[in-house]
Design a protein around this ligand. Structure first.
Ligand SMILES: Nc1ncnc2c1ncn2[C@@H]1O[C@H](COP(=O)(O)OP(=O)(O)OP(=O)(O)O)[C@@H](O)[C@H]1O
Ligand SMILES: [Mg+2]
Length: 359
């Protein structure tokens, strides 16, 4: 799959722009605040129906406008197709695929395997556990059609369980919600552990190739409570839960621990090590989704390449460039120096206008 063309209308600082892409590396370069990230975001938005930068449509619609539109022409491996989206400031959406309207509330996100890496993603490694849980859950949602409803049902039983713990009401009602909380929680943990088992060798290999040294990445799941899982954690911590009046266990509190040569990256990793681990995780994510769904990934590297040294950057590209489409944003044209000329197209972005250039 690759995106052949995008058309944006009232998207961020773009009034109206149409840009054709190449199937490999597409570099958007130019000075600060010209629209490089906005264009990369538009590609992501078209394919996923949401942004990786904001949850609010009002931030995305061109200042003060009522409506915005994004359309992409893409080649799905066999056929050319077109996806169109028109969105109002109140987030009312009309989405069509080859002119056929998608059913209301149905998302087209699962049709594509898009992976973005942006500066904020460093938080996936450096900050609290919620980003790491979301990383695992995001992959599982893409590869397991039931996982989304599993998370939703778990959240419902957790909310009810919390309510009953908070009011001190026990008895049958608590037992029933607690049982579904434990059962669904165990299913989530089981899915996450199975994913980690599959993704770890992929991420470790990727990490070894990018780091090009004897650094070994370790990925471990960490249960909140007992290492033996949710029911054991329940046995250990329930009396404390009753005193405190809220849930202290469960997959919504678990974490993913990342280490290099036994030292936690979160606290001990250098900037380069953190970014290397981030790329290894993201490429691992794309590969995992590809493995289960057969969908070729599209990557977006938004302002994240300059921090990698030349060796690491080349290793990242050699892992993806021959097969997949990549959108790169940078203030510097030379960020893709050293890559083959025939699979790279450069676009100069200037004040919401895009100029394609020959290398
Ligand atoms: N909803 C919007 N309407 C109009 N303009 C917007 C909107 N959202 C963002 N902008 C503007 O778009 C411009 C370009 O933003 P963008 O993030 O794409 O810059 P960039 O080229 O990636 O720059 P940098 O190199 O600093 O990352 C900025 O001036 C920003 O204020
Ligand atoms: Mg930017």
């Amino acid at each position: 799959m690759f995106v052949k063309k995008i058309l944006v209308h009232n998207f961020r600082n773009y009034k109206f722009e149409e840009v054709s892409f190449c199937p490999r590396v597409n570099l958007f370069y130019g000075q600060n605040a010209q629209g490089k990230t906005n264009l990369a975001e538009a590609v992501y938005f078209a394919l996923q129906g949401q942004s990786y930068r904001t949850r609010y449509i009002k931030n995305i619609i061109h200042g003060g406008c009522e409506k915005m539109g994004v359309a992409v022409d893409f080649f799905d491996g066999s056929y050319d197709s077109q996806l169109r989206m028109v969105i109002s400031s109140g987030n009312k959406r009309k989405v069509t695929m080859d002119e056929n309207p998608l059913e209301k509330g149905v998302s087209h996100a699962g049709l594509f395997n898009v992976v973005s890496v942006c500066p904020d993603d460093v938080g996936l490694i450096k900050e609290g556990p919620s980003g790491r849980r979301a990383f695992l859950d995001g992959i599982l949602i893409k590869v397991d059609s039931l996982y989304h409803s599993l998370l939703r049902d778990y959240k419902a039983s957790l909310d009810n369980r919390n309510k009953l713990l908070n009011t001190g009401r026990r008895g049958r009602e608590f037992d029933a919600w607690n049982e579904s909380f434990l059962k669904l929680g165990e299913q989530i943990e089981k899915s996450r552990l199975a994913l980690i088992e599959k993704i770890t060798p992929v991420v470790r290999l990727m990490h070894r190739k990018i780091a090009h040294s004897n650094e070994e990445l370790q990925i471990d799941y960490s249960f909140k409570g007992s290492d033996k899982g949710l029911r054991e954690s329940f046995a250990q911590l329930h009396s404390k839960e009753r005193v405190i009046g809220r849930t202290l266990i469960g997959p919504h509190l678990d974490d993913l621990v990342l280490k290099i040569n036994n030292a936690p990256i979160k606290t001990d990793g250098s900037e380069g090590q953190i970014r290397t681990a981030l790329f290894a995780l993201k490429i691992g994510q794309a590969r995992m989704v590809k493995f289960f769904t057969r969908k070729n990934p599209v990557f977006i590297f938004d302002d994240v390449l300059l921090e990698l040294d030349e060796g690491r950057k080349k290793a990242v590209f050699s892992e993806i460039r021959d097969e997949y489409q990549v959108f790169v944003t940078s203030t510097r044209k030379d960020v893709v120096e050293g890559l083959r000329k025939d699979d790279t197209v450069m676009y100069r972005v200037e004040n919401g206008k895009v100029f394609s250039e020959k290398r």
